[in-house]
Structures are given as C-alpha cells and as structure tokens.
Design a protein around this ligand. Sequence first.
Ligand SMILES: Nc1ncnc2c1ncn2[C@@H]1O[C@H](COP(=O)(O)OP(=O)(O)O)[C@@H](O)[C@H]1O
Ligand SMILES: [Mg+2]
Length: 498
Amino acid sequence: MAEKKEKVLSVQDLVIDFKTDNGILKAVRGVSFDLYQGETLCIVGESGSGKSVTSKAIMGILANNAIIAGGSIIYRGENLLEVSEDEFYKIRGHRIGMIFQDPLSSLNPIVKIGKQITEAMLINSDKLKTMYNDLISDDLIRYKNTLAKMNIAITNEKKKLEAFISETEAKENRSKEQKSQDKALIRKKQQEFREFEKKTRDKYMDEAKGYKAILTETEKRAKKEVAAYKEKVTGEFKEKERELKQKIAAASDKEEKDRLDQELLREKEDFTNKLRITKAEAKRRALKIMHEVGIPEPEKRYNQYPFEFSGGMRQRIVIAIALTASPEILICDEPTTALDVTIQAQILELINKIKAERNLSCIFITHDLGVVANMADRVAVMYAGKIVEYGLLDEVFYDPRHPYTWALLASIPDVDSKEKLESIPGTPPDMIYPPVGDAFAQRNKYAMNIDFREQPPFFKISDTHSAATWLLHPNAPKVEMPKIVSERIKNSLEEKKR
Ligand SMILES: Nc1ncnc2c1ncn2[C@@H]1O[C@H](COP(=O)(O)OP(=O)(O)O)[C@@H](O)[C@H]1O
Ligand SMILES: [Mg+2]
C-alpha cells in the first residue's frame, strides 16, 4: 500500500511561536505530517491557520521574530531545523523549491525574465568551483552544522528566556511581593541560561575542532583533484586541436576545410562547457524549461519584462525558475489564489503535469478545499496552528470526521446545484491567547463540555486516517455530519461511479 512509499520529508511535532508587541503568538502548535515520494500532500485551512509559517519553516525562511519552540523537520536523515545557513542555502531553491501566492513579489520587475531564469544556473556556472565545493561539501557541512547546532541551541534558549521575561513583565496588576518573586525567578532563569550556554559551547567546540582538522585535509586533496581534472580536459582538448589543425592545413578542398573548421568550433565549445556553463548553454536550458511550463514563443518572451506578462504567465515563469535547479520537492503556497478561475485551472494542471513528468513530491497549500480534489494524494486539514484531520484524499473527502472538515466541505461553492453556501460562522481564535480546549469549539455546533476544557488527541480511523475531535471518543454521543455534506458526498460518489 501507499505506506510502503519512501518518506522524503517528515515534519514532527513542529511548534513555532512569534514574539509580538502584544505577546507570544502561537502560530504552529505541534504539527506532524509526512511527505511521500511522488505524492502531493495538500494542507488546507482558513487564512491564519499556520500553513505558510509551516512551509516557511521547511524552507528556512521564517521571519526574525520566530521562535522554533519544538519539533523537527527531517529531510534526507537530517533535521533542517539544525542545519547551518550554508547547508540550507544548498537545499533551499535547489533540492526544495517554493512557489508563492503572488508571482509578482517573487520576480524582479526591472530584470528581463530570461535573465531571471538563467541567473540561478549561472551562479553555479564555474564547474571547477562547483566540483571543488562538492568534494569538500560533506566535511564542510559537518563542521558548519556543528557550529550551527551550537548557535541554534543557544539562540533558541535565549529567545525562550527573553520571551519569558517580557511575558512576566507584561503581567498586569502584580503585587509588590509578586514582582519581587518574579524578579528572583528571572534571575534564576538567567543564571540557568548562562550555564546552559557554557555547557553547550564546551560540548560542541570540541567536536568542531576535530571536524575542522579533517576539513583542512579534505580541502588540500580537493584542490589537487580539481587541478588534475583541469589539466586532463585541457590536455585532451589541446591534443584534439592539434590534430584538427593539422588536418585543416592538409585539407584538399574548401568543403572539407569548412567541415573541419566546424568540428574545431564544436570541440572548443565542448571544452568551455566542461569548465563552466556558458551563457549560451544557460539560455538553451532556459528556453527548454519555458517551453515545458507552457510559455508560448519562448525566444521572444525571453527578452521581456515581468509587466509584459499576464498573471498566469508570470506564475509559469516563477515555476520555471523553481525548476531550473531540478528540485525534488516543490512547495506551492496558494499558487493560484491571486489568479482568475480559468487561469487557476491551467496552473493546477501544469503543476500536476510537471509533478508527474519529473516525479516530484509536492506540498500544495490552499484555503480552498475545492481545488484539493484535483491535486492531493493526501490531505492535512489545519485549524488554529494544528492539524485536525489527516488522511488519504478519499478518506478526507468521502469519510470526513472532524466538524471543521465538514464545515469546509459545506462551504465549497457548488457550480451545478446553485446551492446556497454555508460559510463557516464565527472567526478563528486569537493565537496569542489560544483556547485551552479544542480551538474550534466556539464555532462548532457539535461542541461538548470537554471541548472547552481539553484539547482532543488524534483518534485513529484507519492506518492512514485520523482526526482530532472528541466526537470520536468512544463515550461521545453519535452525531451525523450535516445533511448538506452527506448529500454532497453521496452525489460525488455517484458521479465517480459513472
Ligand atoms: N512574522 C510574524 N510575526 C507575528 N505573527 C506572525 C508572523 N508571521 C505569521 N504570523 C501569524 O501566524 C499565524 C499563521 O500565519 P500563516 O501561516 O501565514 O497563516 P496561513 O494559514 O494563512 O498561511 C497568523 O496568526 C499570523 O498572523
Ligand atoms: Mg498563507
């Protein structure tokens, strides 16, 4: 079954807070999910539920006031929350690509789009340098990761301390006694932090020194290896060049001479391509990718500016840029929200096509459960910083269990039946003061007393399907999903059979 598939990314118990002027905002509150090779996981939920924050954490582009308060993001055996900036640089935009809601904000308005597409390729155009970097990369990363782990551990602990202090000092109406107690507590925590810092430094610096020594050796070896490679390809070329030049000199007729001249030119080009990617080569690749993402007349479009493109075409360019690095994971954060409905469908189709052709794994983020059916293998429904229901597409669509998922299903506009939409009443909670119990309780007409007191755990419905709602507790009263939802499910199941 699907569970045998390889996990390419695994997010476990991710907790992300933001320091704000009004207090600590709890944006992501213990999110876990797996992304499987070649699959699309849709994360769906209303605005503000923590979808973008989750994807930014994966990309390593969280805002400065973010505090990673817990959890891990495992990619190729490594926790992305503990890797150095250098390694993240390698992963971000290379192994993992991302497309945002507004294509204009990811494009530079004053640079021709051809240049924007080739830019990333040309950054790594020096092949000798790339080769050297590849040779030392494992040792370099191990060394830098050790330092990064140390710094991240210390910074995180420091942020927690600062958050504690500002939260404590922001408390209103403290008695004098309370204040002095708080002060003592803060001092104690500061002392603890200093001890933690020292212990952490000692621990990691020892390790780092060992890795640094290994790295120095590797660097020496890599330099030699690169020099040898350069000598070899140069030697080979010179040899060919000499041969060809002799032949050209000895050529009896013009036709043969022209042919040999051409051959020499090709050899020269091959030779340069072995040392670095030329602009011509980058352009050739860019045009190919532009064609792949469905941009008509790529030759002409190559020299135009972003404003000369429609919204849909711009999003195609953003996708093209993400593809230049041949990522294995593509994160799409509401990529069609800013587009017209008809264009939306085309972009969704394009993403599906690219995903299949390149065997990509996708995380597709949307607030619109309506688009999920065409995209997802698996669905995670998010509410107030948590996943509330998680399962295979059919499980979440045809056997939804969480009242929030019901509400989302009821609010999908139905084109055929002109049914009146049941928009979800109420608003999401304030995430600086999230409710103690089930965050959806206030808006949930099926809420029970316990929903206001305690957060529900995940209840398993199948090996692949679970939902966090007290309604699934064995002692809960049996409630039926709203009629509008069950009718819709019945209709779409019938349609599916046909
Ligand atoms: N840099 C930030 N500082 C403070 N709060 C933030 C920051 N970024 C996001 N948030 C808050 O985190 C919560 C989740 O946001 P987000 O992930 O963007 O939601 P969405 O599900 O719409 O993508 C929201 O309450 C948002 O206001
Ligand atoms: Mg968002």
